[in-house]
Unconditional design. Structure first.
Length: 367
């Protein structure tokens, strides 16, 4: 897992572009999205982690490379997107390869910014997008069932098992419920994973609020309604003023920090968004120190040492012998990796070691 990808979705004019522009103007590299013929932009954004700078302040390597997260900007979806309205099928395809979805919900009032409805209703906006994703998944499931049945008739046991799983899933989708709430066994999930259902992905809601409502957080009237909807499906929600974030991202770093301080904020909404994505996806960061760089890497919570090493290179997983581990608090307490070693705080771990957030790892591999 060299990084993760989050697809930004929402109705038109909810602030998706402002949020994405804030990400890309904040020093992000922009590249073409590789999966579709209509290519949205991808903002490759460094994951904020002050530990990386503290590590390199001691190690003094030429480069300190943070972990990264990608945000894919998908054009605003409209009602009927699952049936091709607003080029919906093409835009939905953009997010099939995303690890998670960031659903931007309009929770601000502005007469000069049109909306698809006369009355603002965060709940209805969310339901509209969710229904289009569910309908798109239903189409995916029905097409897959036709394909698997053909192979099942040829005697393929894997295809038969996939048909059984789809037989459970399709009625669930027909009740307008997402894939992630379907009554499927772990074996069922294994047979269907390659289909990359949109509503199987974790969702994080962004309540895009007015600047003067930002201090109220999720207590504002519209934001609280979005939060209630998200809570009902056990999804996190984050209040952000996308327009303000875009303005801050255009400022020099020092001016941006001073502006945040004046507003009584310790970090940008974008940093909070990235951290929230990591928490929601169950991700952690570990560090390596090479001759030319210190680097942060992303792996899942609970990953064993060879799996974490595989993030760097497949050889680190397949030819793994051991990992030399220094926990970050021990590094800071001792003042350096060498001092931690001398204090007996470097641990030699094998294949079963579960990597901790902040671990400084050195991998030993065989030939």
């Amino acid at each position: 897992m060299a990084g993760i990808t989050c697809g930004i979705i929402g109705l038109p004019n909810v602030g998706k572009s402002s949020l994405f522009n804030a990400l890309t103007r904040g020093g992000a590299a922009v590249a073409s999205y590789p999966f579709c013929t209509i290519e949205p932009n991808v903002g490759v954004v460094p994951v904020p982690d002050a530990r990386l700078a503290r590590l390199n302040a001691v190690e003094k390597r030429p480069a300190a490379i943070p972990a990264a997260i990608e945000f894919v900007d998908v054009a605003g979806l409209v009602e009927g997107a699952s049936h091709g309205e607003g080029r919906g099928n093409e835009f939905l395809e953009h997010i099939h390869h995303a690890d998670a979805l960031v659903h931007v919900v309009r929770c601000f009032r502005a007469d000069d910014v049109a909306h698809v409805r006369a009355d603002l209703s965060p709940e209805d906006d969310i339901r509209t997008i969710n229904l289009e994703l569910i309908l798109a998944d239903l189409q995916t499931a029905e097409r897959a069932l036709v394909r698997y049945r053909k192979h099942a008739r040829g005697g393929e046991p894997e295809a038969r098992a996939s048909c059984v799983a789809l037989g459970k899933l399709i009625p669930h989708l027909e009740t307008e419920k997402p894939v992630r709430t379907a009554p499927l066994t772990p074996e069922d999930w294994g047979h269907l994973r390659e289909l990359r259902f949109l509503t199987a992905k974790p969702v994080l809601y962004v309540a895009n609020v007015d600047e003067d409502r930002l201090a109220a957080g999720l207590d504002g009237d519209l934001a609280s309604r979005a939060a209630a909807f998200a809570a009902a499906e056990d999804s996190p929600v984050l209040p952000v003023c996308a327009r303000l974030e875009a303005e801050i991202a255009e400022l020099p770093v020092e001016e941006g920090a001073a502006f945040l301080a004046e507003m009584g904020l310790r970090e940008t909404g974008l940093d909070r968004l990235i951290r929230a994505c990591y928490r929601h996806l169950g991700l952690i960061t570990f560090f390596t120190v090479g001759e030319k760089e210190v680097r942060a890497w992303t792996t899942r919570l609970g990953a064993c040492a060879p799996e974490a090493g595989g993030v760097i290179h497949t050889d680190f997983r397949e030819r793994f012998i051991r990992a030399e581990v220094i926990h970050f608090p021990d590094f800071e307490r001792c003042g350096s990796r060498q001092a931690a070693r001398e204090a007996g705080l470097m641990h030699v771990e094998g294949k079963e070691y579960a990597v901790r957030d902040g671990d400084i790892l050195h991998f030993r591999i065989g030939r």
